[in-house]
Design a binder for this molecule. Sequence first.
Ligand code: SDX
Length: 435
Amino acid sequence: MTEHASNETVTIIDNTNDRQAVMPLLSGTAGAKVIDIRNLYKELGYFTYDPGYTATGSCQSKVTYIDGDEGVLLYRGYPIEQLAEKSDFMEVCYLLLFGELPTKEQKDKFVYDVSHHTMLHDQLNYFYRGFRRDAHPMAVMCGVVGALSAFYHDSTDINDPWHRTVASYRLIAKMPTIAAMAFKYSVGQPFTYPRNDLSYAENFLHMCFAVPAEPYQINPVVAKALDLIFILHADHEQNASASTVRLAGSTGANPFACIAAGCAALWGPAHGGANEEVLKMLSQIGDKKNVGDWVKRAKDPDDPFRLFGFGHRVYKNFDPRAKVIRKAAHDVLGELGITDPLLEVAVELEKIALEDEYFVKRKLYPNVDFYSGIILKAIGFPTSMFTALFAVGRTVGWIAQWNELIEDSSQKINRPRQLYMGPTNRDYVPIEKRS
Ligand code: SDX
């Protein structure tokens, strides 16, 4: 990673012991500068304290930039709005992995290479049989993705760039197959093998919804909407699941284990599990006339109910992805001729929340999960598949962040410290002397 020649510094004055330490102040190409505190403990004997790492930079990265105040999201410098309008998911995968938009030849070869890794080792089919049919698809994803390292020993040497490339392609190619098989298993239908003549999104729809009994017609409107959803979910800087992948990667764990760890972290309702919770919340609200009561509950500090799909650790403005998805939700439902009352509930909820002082003061805006479920439901996915779809789109971002970590010579095993609040040293008490 780029070492900084900056001579800017910050002086930390320790009034307790009448001393100070001078720390380098590092500048990136955009965004907040960072205080390099790597020598803080050596100089002052102190750790920093930042529960949830809300103000901590864990790495240098060139992949994704977010300006939370302005609602800006760039993948390798390109605005998400432009990529959503003009690009496609395979091209965005190439951009995130290699840092530049591909030429036509580069893109064609990338698409060919990825599409020729879409099949799973047939033994993996038996993994699904071990799950109950009603297992949550994310439980299946965590299990099967982790199991890939039992099959692909020829691409687990993280220090071999070729191994990393093969593992990266395998994961991007196989995640849709694994997710589609989880869906098929949950509905008791036979697995549908991938087809290499279809685009990434078309192939996923085919594997999920085609049945042996009749031909499956791919709706181009639906395929384009799904491709857009994958683009919008592809990466998002050092979010909880990407940080989990990086932390696992910092121990030298193989890429399949790292991505399985990312799946597990994404599943949480405060993170990627929110899209499923949004649909449940909108269904609970049921009708736009009930929105006011639920907004009251969300504001009540004594009520654990929170508005899923609202708020964000970084965005204190509209999540730019939410704006794109909101428009796509209206377009897709219109083109499919679907009127979903939950969309009306979502629009009313957004309107009321954005005018309410509680949300305005806390800068709580709709995030990427607020509208995505409306589209996924219209396409025909059950809410239980929403986070699995998020994982399919996010895999390329996890992989790009993981590769960057492995190639970063300044990275060490990630090992945070703590502020210890437990008992100080004390002697063992024999059981007969305990009261
Ligand atoms: C994703 O990090 C990423 O980039 C994630 C992601 C990605 O692409 O990887 O963008 C994907 O995870 C999007 C977020 C999906 N999660 C949800 O929609 C769940 C609902 N949102 C909240 O859980 C919450 O907003 C978080 C977890 C998203 C953010 O939490 P923060 O930044 O820690 O916010 P906070 O808890 O400090 O909130 C500040 C205040 C608090 O009130 P006070 O204590 O100041 O009175 O806002 C309140 C919170 O109680 N608040 C909410 C709220 N979110 C925050 N109140 C009601 N409803 C909400 N949704």
